[in-house]
Design a protein around this ligand. Structure first.
Ligand code: PEP
Ligand code: MG
Length: 580
């Protein structure tokens, strides 16, 4: 049994067989072969080495002919490694004596070599690790041949273990069979983590390297609450987690009756609890939990799940489906927030050193007007069917907001000219997710119908910590007083102008912060659908006076650690759960 500590990003417990993915998104097969198969496996390795060597020799000759002998010689080093006797002996020993599969032996050995280069002091030597990875990939390609499979076509339940999963890869996971996932890299606010919540499967990210320790088919436990991954658990641990999984199921069942009850505090203040969705099917999750509407529809996932750009009709059908299920409740369409880690086939700069500070979100929309207009047309057409609201992401200047609103007005005019029905008075809002937006909030409240606090980005941009980087996870903290002050400023400014303000970042779905946020004056929460019952439960268990007293104390504190431990104490005192 081996335990790995990562970052908990989607709650729950999953127990099952591992499906291990290599860095190119292909499955790594089982680690061991049977004793009888050893001779055949060695022969398979021979053939793969010979085919790889022939391929490299061919490249060497072609490049030498076109560019000269000197350049062809670059491939000579690859050939020498492949034909190196100690390398070959090591592989033979692993297969013959320890019954490892050739794929595993190749990966394990070459990665060990690569690490030696990576640890080297000069960058020239460190970069040579890429050559070793190149040889590994080539050999694996020949070993696996057509058996090299991606993650599509699953036929039985699995837990996916990967180096990384992009938001697009995560969103194409087969919901019928993927019961949880773990990635070696990634941070608490990454969109991969958000998609795991959408799929309602336990997930842990940022464990650090472990994939060479595990083999396809091994038994694995994912504890999405504690951020733990347990490889090949012993019987006692297995029994403990089976019991835990049962307890989670019964807690969910206990909260089920909340579905038809309003989120109303004990002193009678009605709180709105809406759902965040990434995919149209999630609207059923919102409905099943009794959401007051959809407070954030991350429409960029329409682009990420497909090879081609979604047409106006694709947008329109998706929005109509969500409206239909929400049956008269509001649906906030956030215009596409692409860029940074969400990369579709939209024209983008080749080389962005800081993609989170680059051409993402509303900036990308304003540079790609036909794309932006297509989406706005669809959203406006859907507004004739039900209460659609439009929200612009990552607004950081008033000019940007004005430009976005001008494009919207222009699309409205166009629709009107063509006598296409839409709601001219639909509410138009913006996300508050940059410190700049908060600092200018008194101006922004004059220009919008509603605001929504995107704390995932607000934390990242305020504290200058990458939300998807495991190495700075300790600094990515919703409880940081700087973040809390910005939230308080935004709520107060919205309140003064009676502009509704919502919070749709992950913080709003964490019950640890619910009392604090209520006390700060927040009345609208938009949360991942699975968190709706618990947030409702907190709202129904407290009075505003209690919450205000908590907020007053917290706002005097100087650091996140004190804030968190005080909030943990308070949630315990009120017998309410807390995720962190
Ligand atoms: C946020 O930043 O808090 C937010 C809700 O948007 P996203 O997570 O999609 O960036
Ligand atoms: Mg955001």
């Amino acid at each position: 049994m081996q335990k790995l500590q990562g970052i908990a990003v989607s709650p729950g417990v999953a127990i099952g067989e591992a499906l291990v993915m290599d860095s190119e998104g292909f499955r790594i097969p089982r680690r061991f072969v049977s004793r009888d198969a050893v001779v055949d496996e060695l022969e398979r390795l021979d053939k793969a080495i010979a085919a790889s060597a022939a391929e490299i020799a061919h490249h060497r000759e072609r490049v030498a002919a076109e560019l000269g002998e000197k350049y062809g010689a670059i491939f000579e080093a690859h050939l020498q490694i492949l034909q190196d006797a100690p390398f070959r002996n090591e592989l033979d020993e692993m297969i013959r004596q320890r019954h490892y599969s050739p794929e595993y032996a190749v990966s394990h050995t070459l990665r060990r070599y690569a690490q030696v280069f990576q640890r080297a002091e000069t960058s020239y030597l460190a970069e040579r690790a890429t050559d070793i990875f190149d040889i590994e990939k080539r050999l694996l390609r020949h070993l696996l041949g057509r058996r090299r499979e991606g993650i599509a076509h699953l036929t039985s339940p699995v837990l996916v273990l990967a180096h990384n999963l992009t938001p697009s890869e995560t969103s194409s996971l087969d919901r019928n069979f993927v019961r949880g996932f773990v990635t070696e890299i990634g941070g608490p606010g990454s969109h991969t983590a958000i998609v795991a919540e959408a799929l309602e499967i336990p997930a842990v990210v940022g464990t650090g390297p472990f994939l060479t320790e595990v083999s396809g088919g091994d038994l694995v436990i994912i504890d999405g609450d504690k951020g733990l991954v347990i490889l090949q658990p012993d019987e006692e641990t297995l029994a403990l987690y089976r019991h835990e999984a049962e307890a989670i199921r019964s807690l969910a069942a206990k909260l089920e009756p909340l579905r038809d009850l309003p989120a109303e505090t004990r002193d009678g203040v009605r709180i709105q609890v809406l759902g965040n969705i990434e995919f149209p099917y999630e609207v059923d999750h919102c409905f099943d939990r009794g959401a007051d509407g959809v407070g954030l529809y991350r429409t960029e996932f329409l682009y990420l799940g497909s090879e081609v750009e979604p047409t106006e009709e694709v947008h329109f059908q998706a929005y109509s489906q969500v409206l239909r299920v929400m049956a008269g409740k509001p649906v906030v369409i956030r215009t596409f927030d692409l860029g940074a880690d969400k990369l579709p086939n939209v024209p983008r700069p080749d080389n962005e050193n800081n993609p989170c500070l680059g051409l993402r979100s509303i900036r990308l929309a304003l540079r790609n007007l036909p794309l932006f207009r297509t989406q706005l047309r669809a959203a406006l057409r859907a507004s004739a069917l039900g209460p659609i609201e439009i929200m612009f992401p990552l607004i950081s200047t008033l000019l940007e907001l004005r430009q976005a609103k001008m494009v919207l007005a222009d699309v409205m005019e166009d629709l009107q000219e063509h006598r296409v029905a839409f709601n001219r008075d639909l509410p138009v809002g913006m996300m508050v997710e940059t410190p700049a937006a908060v600092l200018m909030i008194d101006r922004f409240v004059e220009a919008v119908d509603f605001l929504s606090l995107g704390t995932n980005d607000l934390i990242q941009y305020t504290l200058a910590v990458d939300r998807s980087n495991r190495d700075v996870v300790g600094l990515y903290n919703p409880a940081d007083p700087a973040v809390l002050r910005l939230i308080a400023m935004a709520i107060q400014a919205a309140d003064r102008k009676s502009v509704p303000i919502n919070m749709c970042g992950q913080m709003s779905g964490n019950p640890l912060y619910t009392m604090l946020l209520l006390g700060m004056g927040l009345r609208h929460f938009s949360v991942t659908p699975s968190a709706i019952p618990e947030i409702k439960h907190v709202c129904r268990s407290v009075t505003l006076a209690e919450c205000q007293a908590i907020a007053e104390r917290v706002m005097l504190m100087e650091n996140a650690r004190d804030v968190k431990s005080y909030l943990k104490e308070e949630t315990k005192k009120h017998k309410l759960g807390g995720m962190q």
